[in-house]
Design a protein around this ligand. Structure first.
Ligand code: FCB
Length: 491
């Protein structure tokens, strides 16, 4: 069977009746230059943790501490992509991907986090980029997807200003190696997660629970981004941007207390990152909310202009929306029987994230494609214009085991279909959305959830490392081929 046959002949499942959308025969078509991609990250797929001169990252250390990862696993082997990358790229080509977003492992490229580069590490990314280009797939490297070299954490990690400078130096090593072949660069992936899950709630590496340090970490991640943008520009890089995880935040009721809770959470999740990057200032209300833990004296006068260095694009990772309530607020009482939980960061004490009424993915994240339109619309109307890319969107479901070489994942297809319709609606309204990347190409190591959650369009049988495209992979290949979605169906 030739590759293209593999993706042309498979019957694509109909939308499931549970998520059926209104009929009407609409067949959304995307702009002819719309970029279709898929995303992964180094620690989640590469494996080969002790090979090729790679040193330890904070995730190698964190995942070994009992209790930190749900199934007690780590990324030592992951999907063995370090050795299997050629096959994986061939699979991407058969799906018809226009771009592949991967991340560069800092401890593989610069094992000590400073000083000399590791030639073997750089060679791996050279070969990966060349293989992608040979298959007509645009490489989209992300320069930091959470795997800080452990030696830099030992020196203080992201709460230290020096880490931002170290990041910019490391970025230049990567640029020297692959800058002649890479046009689109993304700097830091989801600084919110690195700062608050890493240094406040301790759910992610390095697992610290130090609220003041988490606010400093957030700033230095943004500063690292800004320094990297400037250095990359000076070196002639094509396009550069940051990737933020954004959520629409709504109050659980119209009460003043719940409305203020929503303002706080929106501030900490969205505006604390968007405003410095796109407006060159921290939002004053968020600085006030954080006053009990931080005086912001780590912010130097010259930092904000650096962070706000104009970028060529903004990456948005979207998974769900948040509904929030104040402690004892009306919304809190209304949702009281649900599993409410506090947000994992300082400045929002007592505020509860409450479960909405929609269905959830296997992560417990509420499915709400309209939230993606809200996020895109807000960026379009409230912030200076910048081309947008959805750099992650996707879902974990409890996929069935492969049966006769097939993995049926209709829920994932429904999820992707609904979110792509949201993208199309936003484009129709005039939003400058230029591309979309599914999270994820492959099942992989899902951080503190280990291998218990599968996000891939391609099933990975971990004991054999066999790749089996799920039906969603076949479906997505069809979307790419037609540059659009199937017509909605009546049920
Ligand atoms: C995002 C991360 C990505 C993956 C997805 C599910 O926050 O960037 O690595 O874990 O969530």
């Amino acid at each position: 069977m030739t590759g293209s046959d593999e993706f042309h002949n498979l019957e694509v499942p109909r939308l499931s009746s549970t998520e059926a959308r209104p009929s009407g025969g609409t067949k959304p078509t995307f702009p002819s230059d719309f970029l279709w991609g898929a995303a992964t990250s180094a620690y989640q797929i590469e494996g080969a943790a002790g090979e090729g001169g790679r040193s330890r990252s904070i995730w190698d250390v964190f995942s070994r501490i009992p209790g930190n990862v749900l199934d007690g696993t780590n990324g030592d082997v992951a999907t063995d992509h370090y050795r299997r990358f050629r096959d994986d790229v061939a699979l991407m080509a058969r799906m018809g991907l226009g771009a592949y977003r991967f991340s560069v492992s800092w401890p593989r490229v610069q094992p000590e986090g400073r000083g000399h580069a590791n030639p073997e590490g750089l060679d791996f990314y050279r070969r990966l980029v060349d293989t992608l280009l040979d298959h007509g797939i645009e490489p989209w490297p992300t320069l930091y997807h959470w795997d800080l070299p452990q030696q830099l954490e030992a020196a203080g990690g992201w709460p230290e200003r020096d880490t931002a400078k170290r990041f910019a130096d490391y970025v230049m090593l990567v640029h020297e190696a692959i800058g002649d072949r890479v046009r689109s660069w993304t700097t830091v992936n989801e600084p919110w997660c690195s700062a608050f899950l890493g240094y406040a709630s301790g759910d992610h590496a390095p697992g610290r629970t130090e609220p003041a340090a988490s606010v400093r970490a957030a700033h230095h991640l943004l500063l690292g981004h800004g320094l990297a943008v400037r250095r990359l520009r000076d070196a002639g890089a094509g396009r550069v941007g940051i990737i933020l995880n954004l959520y629409p935040v709504s109050a659980a009721s119209t009460s003043a207390a719940d409305t203020d809770a929503a303002r706080r959470v929106d501030g900490l999740h969205n505006r604390l990152f968007l405003d410095p990057v796109l407006r060159g200032r921290y939002p004053p209300d968020v600085v006030t909310d954080l006053a009990p833990v931080s005086t912001f004296d780590h912010v130097r006068g010259e930092d904000l202009p650096v962070i706000a260095t104009p970028q060529d694009m903004l990456g948005i990772n979207y998974y769900t929306r948040h509904t929030v309530a104040a402690p004892n607020g009306e919304g809190s009482a209304r949702h009281g029987t649900r599993e409410d939980r506090p947000p994992p960061y300082p400045g929002s004490e007592g505020v509860r994230l409450v479960r909405g009424s929609g269905s959830c993915t296997a992560m417990g994240w509420e499915i709400d494609a309209s939230g993606l339109v809200d996020v895109l619309r807000r960026l379009h109307s409230d912030y200076p214009p910048v081309p947008l890319y959805v750099t992650e969107n996707g879902a974990a479901f409890h996929d069935t085991e492969p049966h006769n070489g097939l993995v049926r994942d209709p829920e994932r297809i429904d999820y992707l279909d609904a979110h792509l319709r949201a993208c199309h609606a936003a484009i129709t309204e005039g939003v400058r959305l230029r591309g979309y990347f599914v999270w994820s190409l492959l099942d992989n190591f899902e951080w503190s959830w280990g291998y218990t959650r599968r996000f891939g369009m391609v099933y990975v049988d971990y004991p054999t490392q066999r790749r089996i495209p799920k039906q969603s992979a076949h479906w997505y290949a069809g979307v790419i081929r037609h540059n659009g979605l199937p017509a909605t169906e009546a049920h």
